[in-house]
Ligand binder design. Sequence first.
Ligand code: SF4
Length: 144
Amino acid sequence: MYALGEEKLREYIKSINLYRNKAKYVIALSKILIDKYNGEVPGTREELESLPGVGRKSASVVLNVAFGKPEMPVDTHLLRICPRIGLSASTTPLGVEKDLLKIIPKEYLMNAHHWLILHGRYVCTAHNPKCETCCISDICAKNL
Ligand code: SF4
């Protein structure tokens, strides 16, 4: 990635939001991974969050997907739907994360955020949620 360089990387990722900043961060963090971590992605939250452009959510995604840890990254979908469904009363990513970690059974924690993201993206959408066909409409706070 580092050899590719910022300009060429931008071409590959230009369809995503904020691609210019993201390209800058990826190149900067790639250099740090080479120089400081021998080309390996570190496996602790502290190390991950010290990398350019990596905040709590990105670190949680890496810890969950790459290192198999039961983390709960809270993105815009989770932040929006969890209060609506009744899974959290918080309005902050950290608050929602803490609430979800408390109530989601351990055996589901590895995949729960993927399911919630997909639910928010395709069913419980910001406008016109598909409540009539939603598989949890009988237990959703919106309908209670
Ligand atoms: S019933 Fe409606 S508001 Fe509740 S989770 Fe389903 S789509 Fe979202």
